[in-house]
Design a protein around this ligand. Structure first.
Ligand SMILES: *[C@@H]1O[C@H](CO)[C@@H](O)[C@H](O)[C@H]1NC(C)=O
Ligand SMILES: *[C@@H]1O[C@H](CO)[C@@H](O)[C@H](O)[C@H]1NC(C)=O
Ligand SMILES: *[C@@H]1O[C@H](CO)[C@@H](O)[C@H](O)[C@H]1NC(C)=O
Ligand SMILES: *[C@@H]1O[C@H](CO)[C@@H](O)[C@H](O)[C@H]1NC(C)=O
Ligand SMILES: *[C@@H]1O[C@H](CO)[C@@H](O)[C@H](O)[C@H]1NC(C)=O
Ligand SMILES: *[C@@H]1O[C@H](CO)[C@@H](O)[C@H](O)[C@H]1NC(C)=O
Length: 811
């Protein structure tokens, strides 16, 4: 020991005085680790060594990232027994046990599952510190079994039931003290397991049980392009685990101070908050007591479930919901077979402390099982992904959250008088269904007849109109107001420059006031190739397109050469006005942006699919998305291609409308347009909303590419989140941001067939399902170095691009 300690003293001196530290791959019985030295993981991502946290002088043995400049400790050995100087030594003895020694006494130790022959301690690149024996790959001990506060990719959070080992996460006391603090995140041993976040001895939040997709109350913990989540529940183990699908640094831990379980990812040289739990106030455990649901968009947030009433009206009225609710009609066990169940959709399942699960039963068997035992209060499928399994609840149901969207069904036991139509009234329903089918088909027939009659009428009127019998303003079927030029002229102050809102592709737009209502007047440039009647017919058709995400056409004006469209006025101008401006961009936070994205998608879906005309917009861009007073998006300029006679066959399209930067390649090059070219433009718009950068004007230091190219490069390099607008970094819904980036790349794929339809886009935006990998985008001019294999084809297409751009750019 004498020689060894003098060697160690010299090594320490070297390390401290000259910063020549001695990093090793592993330690063995003959080679201990002293303070000042480190073990580097197999590929250099992590190190094991001694450190002092924050402003403390104490020394701890721990693991931190080697590859980043901010020391971030993910594991601590001697959390509760600090060493007060730098003479600590980690030894592994000949049977594989670890001893942390200070002044000849053992400060911390770890024993292996069985005695080793030739033990070795190694730090793996996952951050797992393991004891192995000779060439056998088995871990006789691993730090992943004894987590501190951090869960890393590949680590199990939960129970090894055979060893009664509870791998739980306990926050540090504070930055200076890694000893166990107040917040604990652990997996419960309930029959239907879930994870609890404890604050001291009270439950602060629970994730809800695993339902096949994810934890019932934490939709954000589902698999996505970056993370894969796994939940294992069997006789031997109950655990939750995540793995990374992309090369990035990510860790999750309970916060020391603010009762949150948070995930951070390392981007742009710092740890960014990626997601945190609980999500909102309704996640506060048992906020509403029993038999009440919490809906965060409601006021007050707590409401008794249907068929229940507040236990204490007084408490309830003063917003003390802790006593919860009781049944309006109490149940009695004698007549249990007459009970039924009401379906409560959209929930986070209640607390599972008193639950029971059978994974091989179906829903019908589950219902029977629940009905048969009068202490059973509710049941549902234990796995809603497969639609299988049975979970049932005994006793009062507590901590039920209602999601504004999503969530799952729960079937709650009810007194027969509370059931209404829901259950045990199959006959009535059948009769009703038959009746309604008969009525519905009758109505269909009738409306068909009416339509026929109207069509005939209309054709007749059309004929009479073209022969000059009717005049403006007298048509009976004219549902769209026609305005005189003099009226519009007065409303816009004679088209004064002061009232000019902007210049669109089809002519200038003026603000005006008509009968006290603010309006926007689009004065179409005279080049429209249509005659008056054609124009009027088009406008009437387009006026019939009504959707809350389309700008409403109020009327039109045709007089001589003048053609004008009168729209509702949008006080918040257009989207480009906000997202491309650093200061105004801050006013539109991520949740607002996401609402805008979904609104645009819904409006576009209506144009493509749900409206009678099936319109391809052909000029979707940020300046064509107007915003009302509540920042709801409204698509404008739809149908302009129709009005401007853009309906020629593909062969003779002599005018390509649209804007460079948004145009799909097949449309720009070949004039081929389809709903899929709109999808392309939508993808670009999505990128712009996420990044706050214009599709055209992105110049990055050493990357000359456009926005698509930039997005694609970041995606390929596994850093997609770097596309995000700098003023959005406070957003804690990074998985949503990531999803939008992913969807945008799917929308701008080179081949129109590869792009999703708008209905698929909406599904993708709204769900957590796994998305396909995007292929290389269209219009991607890669001027950077790239592999030889693909360079020839790329050069070809990029030269085509450049030629086309000069020919096309219409504005
Ligand atoms: C360090 O702790 C030991 C006991 O473990 C104590 O005897 C010693 O005085 C302490 N040294 C300092 C510098 O505080
Ligand atoms: C290794 O250490 C453990 C406990 O620290 C002890 O029980 C065991 O006897 C030691 N083995 C040897 C060979 O010293
Ligand atoms: C080591 O521990 C002994 C008692 O176990 C104590 O007397 C001594 O001061 C300690 N030495 C150091 C350097 O902490
Ligand atoms: C706790 O959360 C706050 C706010 O999100 C954050 O600034 C802080 O770094 C977190 N603490 C830890 C230990 O991660
Ligand atoms: C689960 O249900 C199946 C089918 O009803 C039954 O055969 C099995 O014994 C049940 N298992 C348990 C543990 O109750
Ligand atoms: C009903 O379920 C409870 C809880 O599992 C159990 O204790 C009780 O024995 C059951 N009663 C009947 C009649 O099966």
């Amino acid at each position: 020991m004498g020689l060894l300690s003098s060697i160690l003293v010299v090594a320490n001196l070297l390390c401290f005085l000259f910063k020549i530290c001695y990093g090793v791959d592993s330690i063995s019985p003959s080679q201990p680790l002293s303070d000042g030295n480190i073990i580097v993981s197999t590929e250099g991502k992590f190190v094991l060594g001694f450190f002092s946290p924050g402003s403390s002088k104490n020394r701890y043995l721990g693991i931190w990232y080697q590859s980043i400049p901010v020391q971030t400790v993910v594991w601590v050995a001697n959390r509760v027994s600090p060493i007060n100087d730098s003479s600590g030594i980690l030894m592994i003895n000949s049977t594989g046990n670890l001893n942390l020694i200070h002044n000849d006494s053992v400060v911390w130790s770890a024993s292996t599952l069985k005695e080793a022959q030739s033990p070795l301690l190694q730090l793996l690149d996952t951050g797992n510190l393991v004891v192995t024996d000779g060439n056998s790959g088995d871990y006789l001990w691993q730090s992943f079994d004894y987590p501190s506060d951090t869960i890393l990719a590949g680590m199990k959070h939960g129970w090894d039931l055979k060893r009664r080992l509870n791998r739980r996460l306990i926050a540090w006391k504070n930055w200076d003290d890694p000893s166990p603090g107040n917040f604990i995140f652990e997996m419960t041993l309930h029959n239907y397991p879930e994870a609890y976040l404890w604050q001291g001895s009270t439950i602060y939040f629970r994730t809800g049980p695993w339902n096949g997709y994810g934890f019932s109350g934490s939709p954000g913990l589902k698999s996505n392009p970056v993370f894969a989540f796994e939940f294992v529940y069997n006789q031997d183990e109950i655990y939750f685990m995540y793995t990374l699908k992309q090369a990035l640094l990510s860790r999750a831990l309970p916060n020391q101070t603010n009762s949150m379980f948070q995930r951070f990812t390392w981007t742009e040289q710092s740890w960014k908050l990626y997601a945190s739990l609980p999500i909102d106030r309704c996640d506060t455990y048992a906020l509403c007591g029993v038999y009440a649901r919490c809906l965060v968009t409601d006021s007050p947030v707590c409401q008794c479930l249907k068929g229940f009433k507040p236990k204490s009206e007084k408490g309830w009225d003063s917003m003390d919901w802790s006593q919860g609710c009781v049944r309006s009609k109490p149940l009695s066990c004698e007549d249990k077979s007459t009970h039924g169940f009401l379906t409560f959709p959209g929930l986070k399942l209640p607390d599972t402390t008193h639950s029971w699960v059978n994974t091989s039963m179906n829903l019908k068997e589950c219902r029977a099982e629940c009905l048969n035992n009068c202490s059973c209060m509710a049941y549902t499928n234990s796995d809603i992904k497969e639609g299988t399994g049975c979970a049932i609840w005994f006793g009062d149901l507590v901590d039920i959250k209602q999601f504004p969207a999503g969530g799952q069904d729960l079937y709650i036991r009810m007194h027969p008088s509370e059931l209404g139509m829901e259950d045990g009234h199959k006959k009535k329903i059948t009769v009703l269904v038959v009746c309604s089918v008969v009525i519905a088909s009758g109505m269909l027939l009738a409306s068909y007849l009416i339509l026929r009659i109207r069509k005939n009428l209309k054709e007749k009127m059309e004929r009479s109109r073209t022969t000059g019998h009717s005049s403006r303003g007298k048509e009976e079927d004219m549902e769209l107001p026609m305005f005189d030029l003099s009226t519009i002229s007065r409303a816009t102050d004679d088209f004064s420059l002061n009232n000019k809102l902007g210049e669109g592709g089809f002519g200038p737009v003026y603000k005006g006031v008509l009968d006290g209502q603010e309006i926007a007047v689009k004065r179409l440039s005279r080049s429209s190739g249509q005659g008056q009647n054609e124009f009027k017919n088009e406008v009437i058709l387009i006026a019939k397109l009504q959707h809350r995400n389309l700008v409403k056409l109020l009327g039109c004006c045709i007089e001589g050469e003048e053609k004008m469209l009168v729209y509702e006025y949008m006080p918040n101008k257009s989207l480009d006005f906000f997202i491309f401006d650093e200061t105004k961009g801050k006013a539109v936070d991520w949740s607002k942006r996401f609402q805008i994205i979904c609104g645009i998608a819904r409006g576009l879906l209506y144009l493509h699919q749900d409206s009678r005309l099936r319109i391809v917009h052909r000029d979707l861009k940020a300046s064509n998305i107007l915003l009302d007073s509540e920042m709801n998006p409204k698509i404008s300029d739809f149908g302009m291609a129709r009005i401007f006679g853009g309906d020629q066959t593909e062969g003779n399209t002599n005018r390509v409308v649209g804007t460079y930067g948004y145009m799909a390649p097949e449309y720009a090059f070949d004039g081929l347009y389809s709903t899929k070219s709109d999808v392309f433009s939508f993808g670009i718009l999505l990128m712009e909303i996420v990044s706050g950068k214009k599709s055209r004007g992105l110049y990055h230091q050493d990357q000359k590419g456009n926005l698509i190219g930039h997005a694609w490069r970041l995606w390929k390099e596994g850093r997609p989140l770097e596309l995000m607008d700098a003023c959005l970094t406070d957003s804690n819904n990074l998985s949503e941001v990531l999803r939008c980036i992913h969807v945008s790349l799917l929308c701008v794929q080179q081949r129109a067939d590869d792009r999703p339809s708008l209905s698929t886009v909406l599904l993708m935006l709204g769900s957590e399902s796994v998305l396909p990998q995007p292929k290389e985008p269209g219009f991607f001019i890669d001027k950077g170095p790239h592999d030889a294999n693909s360079s020839s084809s790329k050069n070809e297409s990029s030269s085509t691009n450049e030629v086309t751009i000069t020919l096309l750019d219409p504005r």
